[in-house]
Write a protein that binds this ligand. Structure first.
Ligand code: DLL
Length: 441
């Protein structure tokens, strides 16, 4: 369902709107945020010098470190009293990064997410089961307000308490489910444990994001739950969920809400733009935010973009699936590997379950990468629950070779019984790094 004319506007119309909003945003931060005023002054850039979209390249980048250095409210462009909400994203170390919203920001965000849900197949009057966590994380409340704005019956379940999720899906008959792909997979697994068939629920569409997931994981989720699954992307620094989403018609790239966010893709080393279709780091400039505008925010997320029209009729720029974060990338003996590439390989192996973690150890001076993965119930039964069966050793070798061919690195593989690995209730932890702990022993 196309909610707004801007989704099908010509490039010229979209770019005219973007330029007008970019100029307003630069003026806003120059006048109201000392951090940006100082950076622009150092670069000798005045807001009046921004006359075309290419001029965005005259502007400074903003990083997560800048947000931390100005914790909690140093980058606000309005008085805190003019805000009605704050969110934060949990940092891996130290303080979280904090963002704030005015009433208009919340209103715009609800419209952005309503449009996103409609792009992914939701319709007014549908029931939406929202299993994203409610709280400082933007997933729960972000989807919640968008769902209400679209006129859906919104079930604010939040993450966790999986048995209750199963019961509510059975009783409330939702059409759409939202959550991290890893958590929704756990809900499906729990349904089976409880003797229910996850393919026979009322669900038709899934809106999954907040963590990297692969095309194979999409296939698994679609098969397990008999739904159409679309990828939703966003980050709290830019607004939260809704920055981009796949359409259910094509499921081929995520439509960026370009009337609110200007996208660039850069080489993270040279900081120069890369060509359309080439992978690089996504950089966003907000175009309509009042409380917390961001200029050229370096997301750390790796993807590419295309401006080719989509078969759904929308003309907005699309981004590819996010392959991973620059800081989640493993460098194994000089070769770069993302956990999503490991996921891609292991989901093609019929004996394995889609539950895995990558562990990093140090043996002497060498870094060792070990993939922990579960076998599925069927294969476990076949080997009579005996992990010493010679077929396990052969399976580990086979997966090792598969990874070597696809990712070009040597990764040790350790196969476990079903349900041996931790399950997520939100963002899955795919990489556990034991190297620092070992070093301090
Ligand atoms: O994860 C916002 C969100 C909520 C997006 C619900 C989608 C659905 P943060 O907690 O600030 O915000 O984390 C943002 O999560 O920079 C990416 O690394 C990752 N991420 C988000 N969506 C996707 C996705 C929310 N679809 C960080 N695919 C981002 C891959 C994603 N990674």
């Amino acid at each position: 369902m196309i909610l707004h004319d801007i989704e099908t506007s010509s490039r010229c119309e979209m770019e005219t709107l973007q330029l007008e909003r970019l100029c307003q945003t630069v003026k806003r931060v120059y006048e109201n945020v000392p951090f940006y005023r100082k950076k622009l002054t150092e670069l000798r850039v005045e807001p009046e010098q921004i006359r075309s979209l290419e001029d965005v390249r005259k502007l400074p980048f903003t990083t997560k470190k800048d947000l931390r250095d100005n914790y909690p409210f140093g980058l606000l462009a309005v008085d805190l009293k003019a805000c009605v909400r704050v969110h934060a994203s949990s940092g891996t170390s130290g303080k979280p990064t904090v963002v704030a919203y005015t009433k208009n920001d919340i209103n715009n965000w609800a419209n952005i997410v309503a449009r996103a849900i409609a792009i992914a197949g939701g319709e007014p009057g549908n029931v939406l089961h929202n299993a994203y966590g409610y709280g400082l994380f933007t997933g729960g409340l972000g989807l919640h307000y968008g769902s209400e704005r679209l006129g859906m019956v919104t079930v604010p379940v939040s993450g966790g308490n999986t048995d209750r999720q199963v019961m509510l899906i059975e009783d409330f008959q939702p059409d759409v489910i939202c959550g991290t792909p890893s958590y929704v997979l756990n809900i499906a697994e729990r349904m089976k444990e409880l003797g229910k068939d996850p393919r026979r629920t009322s669900l038709k569409y899934g809106i999954f994001g907040a963590e990297p997931w692969s095309e194979e994981m999409r296939r698994t989720l679609e098969q397990e739950l008999a739904i159409k699954a679309c990828d939703i992307y966003g980050l709290s620094e830019v607004i939260g969920p809704g920055v981009a989403i796949e359409c259910h018609e094509a499921q081929n790239g995520l439509h960026i809400a370009e009337d609110h966010f200007f996208v660039e893709v850069i080489n993270p080393h040279t900081l120069e733009p890369v060509a359309d279709g080439e992978e690089g780091e996504l950089v966003f400039t907000s175009l309509t935010k009042e409380a917390f505008p961001v200029i050229r925010y370096r997301t750390g997320d790796i993807a590419s973009i295309t401006r080719e029209p989509c078969k759904c009729g929308r003309t907005t720029t699309r981004m590819s699936r996010v392959k991973g974060r620059v800081d989640d990338m493993l460098i194994v003996r000089g070769v770069n590997v993302f956990p999503s590439e490991i996921e891609h390989c292991l989901l093609t192996v019929s004996e394995l379950a889609p539950h895995y973690q990558v562990h990093l150890f140090r043996k002497g001076t060498l870094d060792v990468v070990e993939l922990q993965v579960e076998v599925n119930e069927r294969f476990y039964q076949e080997i009579g629950g005996n992990l010493n069966d010679e077929r396990i050793g052969l399976l580990e070798k086979r997966v090792h070779h598969l990874l070597k061919n696809y990712c070009l690195v040597s990764i040790d593989v350790k196969v476990h019984a079903p349900k041996a690995l931790p399950r997520s209730e939100g963002k899955a932890i795919r990489v556990v790094d034991y190297r620092k702990e070992k070093a301090t022993l």
